[in-house]
Design a protein around this ligand. Structure first.
Ligand SMILES: [Zn+2]
Length: 336
């Protein structure tokens, strides 16, 4: 069977005709397999959803319990038969619960990796390379200019700044699912033991991470209404990037605006966003991780999606690996 007969793009998302399911569909479908809880991959309204238990839990927290008609939890490494097609979820190292989906049928094996990274992250299971014929890779940071520094170095810079400006609040913009909890955990692993103040939009997911055994230490609500401005002197406050544009962010004492994202590699982008302390912390593979992973899978063919497809396709061709862009629409990752 040709690989493109096993999986190919449709307007709803990546479709498997023999298995009759979609992977990360962007429109409501009958059967959806979902790689992780970011809102561009995990949408509500499907008749049935197969995902890891943590991804199902996260969808429930974000959309409410009725987010799908029925749900089924996939254990990592467990082979599940769907109309004669075998699917297996493997960890992707992206956010809590994230998985790659291996699809096998009539001797053909495709791995749809969703979003992934290789940098170690204490808040989720590490990426596990899976041998396959076709590897579907993201390319969010698919240009050689993107090389993420060690996340510990970035957190050290944040802590140095708090020591240097003890009277100011440090406001750290971080996406609500994954990045925010990773930043908090990195602070704890670096020995920071003061309470971390969080925007209300992070509360449910951060509680969920803690319930899954990911220690984040003492988290306090960052509500200026119920506290005095001085209470936030020298504090680290974490909130979703969207909150930094509104009044909420201006109530803290002489705040230093920080943003944890892979895009902070681009100075211009940090400047335009008024970010004083850019922190290059990404939940996506950088250029070196992308190319190393492609080699590790041993895949003879690479399909490249969401991001800088062309550069990665070109790299594969120069390496003698067949590659093409997939042109899936509707993915604007919320967790870069
Ligand atoms: Zn994602």
């Amino acid at each position: 069977m040709r690989a493109s007969d096993l999986l190919h793009p449709r307007p709803e998302g990546l479709y498997c005709p023999p298995g009759d399911f979609f992977i990360d569909p962007v429109r409501p479908v009958s059967r959806a397999l979902i790689t992780h809880g970011h809102s561009d991959h995990a949408r509500s309204g499907h008749r049935s959803v197969l995902a890891t238990q943590q991804t199902l839990d996260i969808m429930g927290l974000r959309y409410g319990e009725g987010f799908a008609g029925t749900t089924q939890a996939a254990a990592l490494g467990e082979a599940i038969a769907l109309n004669g097609v075998t699917v297996t979820f493997h960890p992707a190292g992206h956010v809590l619960g994230s998985a790659q989906i291996e699809v096998v049928h009539q001797g053909s094996c495709i791995v749809a990796s969703g979003d992934y990274k290789r940098q170690r992250d204490a808040t989720c299971e590490p990426f596990e390379p899976v041998k396959c014929d076709v590897f579907i890779t993201e390319a969010t940071f698919g240009l050689p200019v993107f090389r993420h520094p060690p996340d510990t170095e970035e957190i050290t810079r944040l802590l140095k700044s708090t020591a240097q400006f003890p009277e100011r609040a440090h406001l750290v913009g971080a996406y609500a699912l994954g990045k925010a909890q990773r930043v908090m955990r990195l602070l704890r692993d670096a020995g920071y033991d003061r309470p971390i103040y969080i925007h209300g939009a992070l509360a449910k997911l951060s509680d969920y991470y803690q319930s899954q055994g990911i220690e984040l230490g003492t988290l306090e609500p960052a509500t200026v209404e119920s506290s005095r401005k001085e209470d936030f002197t020298g504090a680290i406050v974490v909130g979703p990037p969207s909150a930094f544009a509104d009044r909420w962010a201006r109530r803290f004492p002489d705040p230093i605006s920080c943003f944890a994202s892979g895009w902070m590699r681009i100075r211009q982008r940090a400047k335009q966003g008024g970010v004083e302390l850019p922190l290059i912390v990404s939940d996506h593979a950088d250029w070196d991780e992308l190319t190393a992973t492609i080699r590790e899978t041993g895949a003879g063919e690479i399909w490249v999606t969401h991001g800088r497809e062309e550069a990665l396709v070109r790299w594969c061709e120069l390496e003698g690996i067949a590659a093409r862009p997939l042109h899936l629409v509707g993915y604007e990752d919320e967790g870069d």
